[in-house]
Structures are given as C-alpha cells and as structure tokens.
Design a protein around this ligand. Structure first.
Ligand code: TEU
Ligand code: CA
Length: 537
C-alpha cells in the first residue's frame, strides 16, 4: 500500500433502502423525493457516498432485486426526472451516489424472460438457463432452484425466488446487453455500483459449482474491461460465497477487478455451521475477532476491505451483537470496533441512531419472500411454531427493513399513511429527532468517529494487531502507521471486568462512549465500554 489514499478508500458509505427510508407522496412507501428531503441529514453524519438499493422497474417480489426493466425507475419510487434530480442534489452536496446492479438474475416479468419462455428457439431462450431435467440444487429462498415451465416443458434455473430467473452468463450476447446497460448508467454520471451476488456469475451448473464458479474471473475481467476501466468510479461486489483469500485476489490493487467486496464469514458465526441462516448459535467473540484479524491481515498491502455489520439482508446489529439493555453504549461500541479498522465504512440506514430488530406477533406482518418461504417450509417439516418465530425474530430480513424512524409521530414520521411494512413499535423512544437532540446520542458519536477517522492516516493505512486474542469478552487491537499508534477497545460484556493495559498507560483518549479511563495494570472496564486511544511514538 502506498501513501496515496483513493477517495473510495476514505469514503463513508450510507446505504439507503428506498422502500423504507422516507415517503413523500402519502402512499406508505419510501420514494426518491423522500430521499432528497433527507440528504442534509445524511450529509450531516459525515457521509461521502450513498448506495441506493434498487429503484428500477420491478414487480417487487424481492423488493426491487427482481428487475423487469433496467432502464426505468419504478413508478413507486418516482420518475426518471426525480432520479436525475436526486443525482444532482447528491452531487451538489459534494457526495457521490452508487446504484445497485442486479445482473445475476432478472424478474420473470422482464421482457427477456417473457420472450425466453415462448419457445425453444426464441432468440432470448439462451438469455436464461434451461434444462430438460432438474438437478439437486436448492434455492436460497427454499425449495428447488429449478422451476418447470408448462409451455416448453423444460425447467429454468432460479437461485432465488422462482420469480427471479438466473441470467445465462455463458451467453456472449447476454453479456453484451448487460454491459451496454451498465455503461448507460455510468454515462449518466452515477459514481459506481454495488454489484448484487456477483460471485454467482461464474457458475457452472453442470458441475454444481455455483459460487466462485470456473468462469468468475474471466467474466469479472470482461466486465471490468468493458465498463469500469478508466472511469473514476467505485465498485463493491457482494460475494457471499467467496473465501477471504479469493476476495483479496479480486480486490488486489495491482490488478483490481472490483475496488472492494462484501465478504460474509463474520456474519455466519452466529449460525450453526452448514445448517443455513436460521439455525442459531451464540456468537463466539474469539472466532469473531479471529475473522477480522485474518481479513485485515490478508487485505493489508493488497486488497481493500468493506467494513460492515449491517445491510438490508441482515438483522439489526444492536439486537444481534449488542445488548438492548445497553442499546446506546453497544451501538457505539460496535461502530468503534468496526470503523476503526482498515477499509471503507458502510452504515445501513437507521444504524446511526441505534435502531433495533422487531418481534411481530403475527406472521402476516412479515413481507420478506425469504422469511415467508422459510416459514412455510419449516411448518411443513413440523418445526414447532415457537422455534420458527424465534429464528424469524433473530434473522428475518424484515428486521432491518422496517421504516426509518424519523420522529415520535404517527408512523415514525416515515409517512402519514399506513406503511407497506409495520413500523417498529419502539419509534416513540428510538428515532432520529430524539437522537439528534442528544449530544450523547448515537448519531453524534458516529459523526465524531468519522471525523476522527479522517484526521489520522493510521486509520487508513495502519497495520492491525489484536490484543488478548483469546479473551472471550474484550475486542481490542492496536494499529500503527509511521509514528501514529492507536489502541481500540470494545467490551462485549454485560459485566465489568479488569484488564492489564499498563503498556498503553501514556496514551490519550480520542473517543469513548463513557468517560476516559486511566489505563493501568488494573483497568476496570464497564459493560459495553469502548474507546480509541492515541499516541505519537
Ligand atoms: O443477497 C444475496 C444473498 O446472498 C442473500 O441470499 C442473503 O444471503 C440472504 O438474503 C440472507 O438472508 C442479495 C441481495 O442483497 C438480497 O436482498 C437479494 O434478495 C438477493 O441478492 C437476490 O437478489
Ligand atoms: Ca411514496
């Protein structure tokens, strides 16, 4: 790593899930004009880049991750001119905007698929993946990944919902129209993409190699050469199946195919291995730390990290890894631990005010296709209702999709109409207005943390060394860059505990969620405490 840090390495990224961010036209659904209303709020946090989850035309089977026209804005979100206005307003505030790029699959209502299923010799037939006989591959959203089509008597492949047929990346014609579409959006002046499940575009179904398939590198290279090369943009690939090693290779600064990727191993540590996302186990902090140690070291000098614990698919992080009895403390602690590492920070809407997960009593309150499919599958398998609901409470994607809590008014100020997904009932206590009135709130803590991050090069370029790697409650590490040294502490513990931190006794506290501690051989650390210490050495 040389000393020049690129803008996307220094940027703070804020993810907006448009359906749930802000409704401007009283239909209970978030939209583009709603986003524009809140740009100053986002800017105030210290955000540099906005990542917009999909706003393209979609029947919304998977909330926009099922696109039926890549060139249209879905009317629910507004018009094309609203979109251009948004882009302009973002740029006026000296921020950038990246869009979601969903090219592993389309909606089954895309014209390509409607054509494709007409006949075996339709020119669009090979845009998708068809087979006479299904194989033994399951959909991520339950059931088989193959769906029978009555008309042509073949099965089509869908790794997600059956309304999300997978595109055939083996077809050069398909690849070409995808690249045209990508260049169209880039030429409009957007600043890059978050690439949805882009690890899947190299799949070889014959040999059941789905994630990290044999064609991944060549497809990414072609995509890079045709669309990204030479442009001043930011790309982040979502790659749930990729190992840390492989991820580092793709973001290698010497020949980067993508600027950075989302790697997910840390978010499977609270699942029983190989049993899928719904089978829960308690997070082992030692494993969690080992993950970060590994990815920080692997990418150091070579690749670049995305720092994230939350997104629209993950449960709310305070409910998951923090503690609701220490909501503010643990929200700040998790941010401190995560965002003091090397990489680009990602904030998911509402995370900056410590929003929490939900426990809806009735399954009919849940809207997520993955959750609903799982519910029916588990019911069929006679899993007790109580266990199903506990899994949903812990892991349903709707936890993070409830409307943004702006204030304590009706529907949390998200809308004045009944929202498409119920508001978390705790909006009367947890909302942006209250949090912003509180100098001790989560928002201002995030803001301060990002300011600090930007003032010391050690956050960008420092190395990473865990302290007490085998301690089950303390997440602590140092980072060094030239004469700058930081110590970062996060206490994953609902009790106080004593630690020997004598060797750091001459360091100054830059930020803490409580009061600054005197570091000694008997440092008493309170529940969910966090701090960043600094010295020039
Ligand atoms: O998610 C990809 C992905 O791997 C998901 O299956 C994720 O693991 C799952 O949602 C966790 O429960 C992306 C999008 O982020 C997600 O919203 C989409 O549903 C999915 O792709 C299909 O486009
Ligand atoms: Ca609306």
């Amino acid at each position: 790593m040389n000393d020049s840090v690129k803008w996307w390495q220094k940027a703070v990224v804020y993810q907006i899930y448009p359906l749930s961010f802000k409704d401007s036209n009283h239909d209970g659904i978030g939209d583009i004009l709603g986003i524009i209303e809140k740009l100053d709020y986002i800017k105030n946090l210290g955000v540099d880049v906005i990542w917009l989850s999909p706003i393209y035309q979609s029947p919304m089977e998977d909330n926009g991750y099922d696109i039926s026209d890549y060139y249209q804005i879905d009317p629910v979100f507004g018009t094309f001119s609203d979109f251009l206005q948004l882009l302009k307003e973002v740029h006026l505030r000296d921020m950038k905007m990246i869009m979601d790029l969903v090219v592993n699959h389309t909606s089954d209502e895309h014209i390509w698929f409607k054509e494709s299923k007409k006949s075996l010799d339709n020119p669009y037939r090979d845009y998708y993946i068809w087979k006479d006989k299904p194989t033994d591959i399951s959909s991520v959203f339950s059931g088989s990944a193959w769906e029978f089509d009555e008309n042509t008597k073949q099965y089509y492949f869908h790794l997600f919902s059956k309304k999300q047929p997978d595109l055939n990346w083996q077809n050069p014609k398909l690849r070409q129209v995808i690249y045209e579409m990508i260049n169209y959006w880039l030429n409009l002046g957007i600043d890059g993409f978050r690439l949805d499940v882009i690890d899947l575009i190299g799949k070889d179904i014959e040999h059941v190699q789905i994630g990290n398939g044999p064609f991944l590198d060549q497809n990414l290279k072609e995509l890079y050469d045709t669309c990204f090369k030479g442009r001043n943009i930011m790309t982040v690939g979502e790659m749930p199946t990729l190992s840390i090693q492989k991820a580092a290779q793709i973001t290698n600064q010497n020949a980067p195919l993508l600027n950075m990727i989302f790697q997910f191993e840390h978010l499977s540590l609270d699942e029983i291995p190989k049993r899928g996302k719904w089978m829960l186990q308690k997070l082992d902090l030692i494993e969690f730390k080992a993950y970060f140690d590994k990815i920080q070291k692997t990418n150091f000098n070579h690749g670049w990290n995305s720092l994230f614990l939350s997104n629209h698919d993950q449960p709310r992080v305070v409910s998951r890894f923090g503690n609701l009895s220490y909501r503010k403390e643990s929200a700040k602690m998790l941010a401190t631990i995560l965002y003091s590492m090397q990489g680009t920070p990602y904030v998911y809407q509402g995370e900056e005010i410590g929003m929490t997960g939900v426990r809806f009593q009735n399954i009919s309150e849940y809207k997520d296709v993955e959750t609903l499919n799982m519910y029916h599958e588990f019911l069929d398998k006679k899993v007790p209702m109580k266990d199903i609901m506990e899994s949903i409470y812990a892991k349903s994607r709707d936890n993070s999709r409830t409307p943004m809590q702006w204030n304590n008014q009706l529907y949390a100020g998200f809308s004045d109409e009944n929202p498409w997904l119920m508001v978390n009932p705790n909006y009367k206590e947890i909302n942006a207005t209250f949090d912003l009135e509180d100098q001790d709130g989560v928002f201002f803590f995030y803001k301060k943390l990002f300011e600090i991050r930007k003032s010391y090069t050690v956050f960008d370029l420092g190395d990473f060394n865990l302290i007490y790697p085998k301690d089950a409650f303390l997440f602590a590490y140092t980072r060094k860059y030239k004469e700058q040294l930081i110590l970062v502490i996060g206490h994953f513990n609902n009790q106080e505990a004593e630690y020997d931190l004598e060797e750091f006794k001459d360091m100054d506290c830059l930020l803490t969620n409580k009061s600054s501690l005197k570091l000694s051989n008997k440092t008493m650390i309170s529940p969910y405490y966090c701090a960043i210490y600094y010295k020039n050495h």
